[in-house]
Design a protein around this ligand. Structure first.
Ligand SMILES: [Zn+2]
Length: 496
């Protein structure tokens, strides 16, 4: 995926040669959105990014962020101009070494007009110089840049990049990353992947991180603050890097008792999902007041609130399961969110069974009985929940029931083959709910369209996932599994 950087001179010459046969009429602006019906303005048309190189400097006292983003891309149409999604103040843009025109437009668009139009299939190097105070920027009335007493955190879904780097902000355009951030000595900068170097000079320390596998923009994260960084290696050989705010107070012990088990849990999940897909694993816990956790690639974001009631390995299992279901194989469009959340929730059920706190069957029976037929829970279609319903509880819980129903329909052998085979079948790529159904049918040899329709696309309560029969039991008649409270506590999920 990582394309080599062309010398600007050589590239300009190549562009001229390529540009000759194209008629001026074929050059058009790239679309301001990539075409996702849930979020029409998210992402952009006309190019595909392969790599982001971010070289930044951050001052925690003032929340000032400045730096340079170098974006390597390739055009997918003849372009007269193209958009990046971005909110900070831009001072200069260069395209293939040459200064380009730029203007902000809409809620979060940076429109770039290169001096010469770009023919389809051209490698493009875009350099954006910028600065700003991210916490003062908003789009659609919200900000997902979260200030902390000692710095800030960028971690949110479906958008967080706009506040710290210009991007093609949609999961269908994945890229590799180098993120290098200078912070005052005593402050740490945490991002995705491996920490390749740290260096100090004149009161500033620079942290350089590398994500060498494709990563969706919403899975890129940045945390700036006073962190204690721990490193270890799992029994299965996965390097683990975790970071804890030095100001977690009463939540410090429970946070560490949960997140320090990352290596063990990655190895355990590998038994179900296949080899861990990335070079490092880990998580970080900043002293933020937001409530959710997020599967930011290789470096999971955990709110301290997730550990306020004590240690919680269930939430760690959920976010680590996403490393396969969501991060390695990413959704094609935001309506495919069930593949992320249904499977991450089902992994929590498997962990509950492993811990002797309730089997997947017991959890399925409990969830199914908890929601009577007239509960609005059943009106959410996990296979197409709408932008407003994307993180509805039903996407998680009905989503996991759908997986339990699939397991009963195809049998354990085929089910666990599907569970492990899927991440390999679409490694580092994107896939849809329809792709998953086709894959499950291919592995099981069974037609599954009726099961998928019933569980993911009908706005009514289906028959029981185990038997298909309609059960009249209420939650009071079904024993609550021991793990339930901890699983429920992870429900404060994403959103701004
Ligand atoms: Zn999740």
């Amino acid at each position: 995926m990582h394309r080599r950087i062309f010398a600007p001179g050589a590239l300009a010459a190549a562009s001229l040669l390529l540009a000759v046969p194209a008629s001026a009429a074929t050059f058009a602006p790239g679309a301001p959105g990539i075409g996702d019906p849930y979020y029409p303005s998210y992402g952009n048309g006309g190019y595909d990014v392969s790599h982001y190189d971010l070289r930044l400097k951050y001052q925690p006292k003032t929340d000032e962020l400045e730096g340079t983003a170098t974006v390597l891309a390739k055009t997918t149409q003849d372009l007269s101009s193209f958009d990046l999604d971005f909110l900070l103040d831009v001072s200069e843009v260069r395209v293939n070494g040459v200064k380009a025109g730029f203007a902000s437009s809409g809620e979060h668009e940076l429109v770039v007009t290169p001096k010469t139009p770009l023919p389809k299939g051209t490698p493009v190097t875009v350099v954006v110089r910028y600065s700003g105070v991210p916490s003062t920027k908003s789009a659609y009335g919200f900000t997902t840049w979260h200030r902390t007493p000692d710095g800030a955190v960028a971690a949110d879904e479906p958008e967080s990049a706009w506040w710290w780097f210009p991007s093609n902000d949609h999961p269908s355009d994945k890229a590799t990353y180098d993120v290098s951030v200078a912070v005052p000595d005593g402050t740490q900068a945490i991002s995705n992947g491996a920490l390749t170097s740290t260096s100090s000079k004149l009161g500033w320390t620079r942290y350089t991180w590398r994500q060498d596998k494709p990563q969706a923009t919403y899975l890129a994260t940045l945390a700036l603050g006073r962190f204690d960084i721990t490193t270890s290696t799992s029994e299965g050989g996965v390097p683990v890097i975790n970071a804890y705010s030095k100001d977690l107070g009463d939540n410090d012990g429970a946070a560490r008792a949960s997140v320090e088990r990352t290596g063990e849990l990655v190895d355990w999940l590998s038994g179900y999902f296949g080899p861990y897909p990335f070079a490092t694993a880990g998580g970080y816990v900043p002293n933020t007041t937001t409530g959710y956790a997020l599967e930011t690639q290789t470096r999971v974001y955990y709110s301290p609130k997730q550990f306020a009631a004590g240690s919680n390995t269930s939430v760690v299992v959920h976010e680590l399961a996403h490393q396969w279901y969501g991060d390695d194989v990413s959704l094609k469009g935001w309506k495919d969110i069930w593949i992320n959340e249904g499977f991450a929730r089902y992994a929590q059920w498997l962990w509950s069974e492993h811990e002797g706190e309730g089997t997947t069957r017991e959890l399925a029976d409990y969830v199914y009985a908890s929601h009577p037929a007239d509960d609005a829970f059943w009106t959410v279609k996990p296979g197409d929940p709408g932008a407003d319903g994307q993180f509805d509880l039903a996407v998680y819980d009905r989503g996991a029931l759908a997986i339990e129903a699939l397991r009963h329909a195809v049998g354990d052998d085929a089910f666990f083959t599907i569970l492990k085979g899927w991440p390999r079948a679409h490694a580092y790529g994107n896939a849809s709910v329809a792709d998953f159904q086709r894959y499950a049918e291919q592995i099981s040899g069974k037609p599954l369209s009726s099961l998928f329709d019933t569980w993911l696309f009908e706005p009514t309560k289906p028959g029981s996932p185990a038997t298909g029969a309609s059960l009249a039991r209420s939650a009071a008649q079904v024993t609550q599994p021991k793990s339930w409270k901890k699983i429920e506590a992870t429900n404060d999920v994403h959103g701004h």
